[in-house]
Design a protein around this ligand. Structure first.
Ligand code: PEP
Ligand code: MN
Length: 291
């Protein structure tokens, strides 16, 4: 018997389409765009960010309330208050929210607020957490561990599925290599491999995957061209002032431009990128986007 079964395409040849909230899916023909700041920084800031990214075409809002930080002195998120702000943003925009659950002790709380439970790169092999999110009924966004092989990543998904939850969305976010110019080395080959090996949807996070704002849109395009089912990007109104990851955050205008580019690319690769607000496709010029 293979070490992974439930996640394997051999066992389940058809693509899995994960339902998000009432209206969205990922894994079918339509591409999914998740966007928002790295962290929920304040109510005013987040509500504005949420309406901006919605206006530019995002389908799902992102924002961390529990932030895994390398230094204990960095901003670690607003915890419950951050979750309450996310809930308000969902109410205001009508968009579902994804946020990270770092610890099993917070799962009940995060579950109350999140539409998608994010398991971060650092926790990809936290098997207790995988088991607990596997016992829930909400979709799980499973980020690839920064030192995990493709097989270890699929086995992490198998843990969630074996616990009862088949609604797993994989997210490639770069791995650590000898290269230091980029924050991580984005592995788009893994997107192709995982599509061959598994029926689960796969999205790409070019923000953490590169750590460089100039590389985010090109890598997002490459991800969609390689067969990814969507992208997750960090967007901030004022990246220079961001409390985390400003160096890899798009401005809303740059995000809008990227969406326009991805819409045109989607047609070429046989996908569609529907956006809640209609962006004029024929005008890539930044100035036409009102966000
Ligand atoms: C994030 O997306 O908020 C995050 C912390 O990313 P990662 O777990 O991939 O580092
Ligand atoms: Mn971040």
């Amino acid at each position: 018997m293979k070490a992974y079964r439930l996640a394997s395409r051999e066992e389940h040849p058809e693509n899995t389409i994960v339902k998000i909230g009432e209206q969205l899916t990922v894994g079918g023909r339509e591409l999914l765009v998740i966007a928002g700041p790295c962290a929920v920084e304040s109510r005013e800031h987040y509500l504005e960010a949420a309406s901006l990214v919605k206006g530019c075409g995002a389908h799902v809002l992102r924002g961390g309330a529990f932030k895994p930080r390398t230094s204990p002195y960095s901003f670690t998120g607003l915890a419950r208050e951050g979750l309450e702000i996310l809930a308000e943003a969902r109410l205001q925009t009508g968009l579902p929210v994804v946020t990270e659950v770092m610890d099993t002790r917070d799962l009940e709380l995060v579950y109350e607020y999140a539409d998608i439970l994010q398991v971060g790169s650092r926790n990809m092999q936290n098997y207790t957490l995988l088991h607990e999110v596997g016992k829930t009924k909400k979709p799980v966004l499973l980020k690839r561990g920064f030192a995990a092989t493709i097989m270890e990543w699929l086995l992490a998904a198998e843990h969630i599925m074996a616990a009862g939850n088949s609604q797993v969305i994989l997210c490639e976010r770069g791995i650590r290599t000898f290269e230091t110019y980029t924050r991580n080395t984005i592995d788009l080959g893994a997107v192709v491999a995982v599509k061959e090996l598994s029926h689960l949807p796969v999205i790409v996070d070019p923000s953490h995957g590169t750590g460089r704002v100039s590389m985010v849109s090109p890598i997002a395009r490459a991800a969609i061209a390689a067969g990814a089912d969507g992208i997750m990007v960090e967007v901030h109104q004022n990246p220079a002032e961001a409390l985390s990851d400003g160096f890899q955050s798009l401005t809303p205008a740059a995000f809008a431009q990227m969406i326009g580019e991805l819409q045109r690319l989607a047609e070429v690769v046989g996908r569609v990128l529907n956006t809640p607000s209609v962006i004029p496709k024929e005008k890539p010029d930044n100035s036409v986007y009102l966000c």
